[in-house]
Write a protein that binds this ligand. Structure first.
Ligand code: SF4
Length: 237
């Protein structure tokens, strides 16, 4: 995965810079639809070199930075986390968006406190994919052993949803977005695309989303919608 585009600027909703970093790799690795956890290395110095090049492009233009790493922020090496802190200081970043799997939820308060000492407000995003716990765990194997959306949201500020899968309906997708907006500050909708896993996008469900759901939320400032998983300008463009 050497040819990924790792830096971009999102200038419409919630304007921010975005950096795709590389970490040690996702420890969960079981989500059936996911192949991006392959972007990882156990070589800390190699990761640091990649991440230094990416973070070196951050200008601080919006004072807001999103850092993702094909896994959880906690799976970045400590040297790369220190580099993120340095960039926040040097570029006057006041808001930092990161991602975390449910399994790390108890470590989030300490991470928030660590960044607060730098004057940086942390926004933590969780990949929920669906609030239908049965579908989420039996079909997607997401690894969230909690069914109550309010309880899931306790340590998290934002959530990702995954649409375009067989079995989803206009009603289920609408319900997922409405639940997300009721419990989280922001919702990020991803549409399933072809990848190296056995999970295939369902073209009919995709069309259903575009026809019936997308128009209702495309201008909602709290909803990001990625019809293609590279719409933020990072990844395998
Ligand atoms: S937690 Fe994230 S990176 Fe890990 S397998 Fe699931 S979707 Fe992929």
């Amino acid at each position: 995965m050497a040819d990924l585009t790792r830096y971009s600027v999102i200038d419409d909703k919630n304007p921010r810079e975005i950096a795709l970093l590389r970490g040690r790799g996702c420890t969960w690795r079981r989500c059936r639809f996911c192949d991006y956890h392959l972007d990882c290395s156990k070589d800390e110095q190699d990761n640091l070199a990649v991440n230094r090049a990416v973070l070196g492009q951050v200008t601080g233009v919006f004072g807001r930075l999103e850092v993702i790493n094909s896994g959880s922020f906690f799976e970045l090496d400590s040297s790369s986390i220190a580099l993120v802190e340095q960039v926040c200081r040097e570029k006057s970043i006041r808001d930092l968006h990161v991602e975390s799997h449910w399994v790390y939820r108890t470590r989030i308060p300490a991470l928030r406190a660590r960044f607060e000492t730098l004057g940086v407000h942390l926004h933590v995003k969780i990949g929920v994919e669906s609030f239908d716990a049965n579908f989420r765990e039996r079909v997607l194997d997401k690894g969230i052993d909690e069914t109550d959306p309010a309880a899931i949201a306790e340590q998290f500020d934002e959530c990702c949803l995954l649409f375009g899968l067989s079995g989803q309906t206009a009603l289920s997708m609408l319900s997922d977005i409405q639940t997300g907006l009721a419990h989280f500050d922001r919702v990020c909708v991803n549409l399933m695309v072809e990848n190296a896993t056995d999970v295939r996008p369902d073209a009919d469900v995709h069309q259903l989303f575009v026809r019936e759901i997308y128009p209702r939320f495309k201008d909602d400032p709290r909803v990001d919608i990625l019809l293609n998983n590279t719409d933020f300008g990072v990844g395998g463009l």
